[in-house]
Design a protein around this ligand. Sequence first.
Ligand SMILES: NC(=O)c1ccc[n+]([C@@H]2O[C@H](COP(=O)([O-])OP(=O)(O)OC[C@H]3O[C@@H](n4cnc5c(N)ncnc54)[C@H](OP(=O)(O)O)[C@@H]3O)[C@@H](O)[C@H]2O)c1
Length: 362
Amino acid sequence: MAVRVASRGHGGAEPNPMVGCVIADRNGNVIADGYHRRCGGPHAEVDALAAAGSRARGALALVTLEPCNHRGRTGPCSEALVAAGVSEVIYAVADPNPLAKGGAARLRECGIRAFHVPHAAATELALPFLKRMHTGLPWISAKWAQSIDGAVALANGDSQWLSGTRSRRLVHRERARVDAILTGIGTVLEDDPRLTAREVRVHRAQRRVVFDPDARTPPDANVLKQDNESAAPTTILVDPTSGNDLSFARRVDLLAARGARVMPLGPGGTLETALRALAGEGVSTLLVEAGGGLVGRLLREQLLDEAWVFVAPLLVADDVARRSARGLAPEVLAAIPRGRLLSVRRRGEDALLHYRWARVAT
Ligand SMILES: NC(=O)c1ccc[n+]([C@@H]2O[C@H](COP(=O)([O-])OP(=O)(O)OC[C@H]3O[C@@H](n4cnc5c(N)ncnc54)[C@H](OP(=O)(O)O)[C@@H]3O)[C@@H](O)[C@H]2O)c1
C-alpha cells in the first residue's frame, strides 16, 4: 500500500525519490497514509503523520524509504516520527544519500524499533534515485515505436505514425513526468519534433536536450521554441573537437542567440560526461526519443537502463528501412547484453514491451 501511495508522486517528487508511508495500528488496521508530492514539499512520513494526528501514538509506520535524518528543505523525518510517538518503523530501502542517511539509527537511539525489510516494488520505485546516488547519472529510458519487423522509419525517414493514438498519448503522459527528454540531430532534421507534453497534465517543466555533435540544429527548429516563458532553455550537446572550423563556431553562436544552451560532449562525442553534468543539475529521469543513431551510441557507452518499445501491427519489409539501434558491429551474439522483459501490455492495436538492462546496487 505504501508503494501504491508513493507512485502518486511520479512526476512531482523527482529528482527526489517517490516515497510512500502508511501508519497502521498494532492489528494492522490502516490509520493514515501519505506520500512525497513534490520536491521541496513535506516528506511522506510528515504527510502521513499529519493525516494521522494523535492516532500515530504507539502506531506502526511503514515507509518505502528509510526516514531521512537531515534538515533539508523540510525537517528530519526521524525526529517527526519520534515526536509523533510511533512505536515501530519498517522501511523497505536503505537511504544511500550521504546527507540524509542514518534515520533508522536515530530512531533506535530514541527507543523506537526500526527494521529494514527489503521489498522489490519499493526498490523499483526508488531506482532513478538509487542510480543517481550510486553513479551520478540519470535514469535513462528510451522509447520508440517500431514495426513488427523492427523498422522505426522508412528509408526516406517517414515515421509518422507507426504507433496508434493510445500509445502516443501514453508517451505524452511520460514526457510530462520526466526531468528531461533527449533526442538526436537525425530526428530533429527529419521530424522537427517539439518534444513537449501536450494534452496531458504537466507535472514538471522538463528540459529538452539534443545530441548534435556538429551543431546542425536549424535555428528555427521546433525543439528550440518555447511554449511557455518558464520552460528551461533547450540544451544542445555538441562535440567541440569534431568541428572547430569557423562555420561550426558560427552555428554554435546562432544556436546560443536563439536561446539554446550549448554544452560540450566528452572526448570522441561521448555522452556520459554531459549526462553526469545534467544529473548534477537535478535531472534524475531522462526519456530518450531518438532514432537508431543515438540509441546505438547509448548502447555503446552502456548508458541505457531501459526501453519501452511499442510494436505496431505492420510489416515494412524493406531492407534499408531505419532500425531502432545502429552503429555497433557485434560478432558474438552471446556477448550482447541481454535485457530482462519486465512487462507486455496492450495499447489499442500496439504491444508495449518494457525491457531493462540496468543493474542498480541497492
Ligand atoms: N519510430 C520512432 O519511435 C522514432 C523515434 C525517433 C526517431 N525516429 C526516426 O529515426 C530517424 C533518425 O534516426 P537517426 O539515427 O538518423 O538519428 P538520431 O538517433 O535522432 O540522432 C543521431 C544522429 O547523430 C549523428 N551522429 C552520431 N555520431 C555523430 C558524430 N560523431 N558526429 C556527428 N554526428 C553524429 C547521426 O549521424 P549519422 O546518420 O551520420 O550516423 C545521427 O544523425 C528519423 O527517420 C526519425 O523519424 C523514429
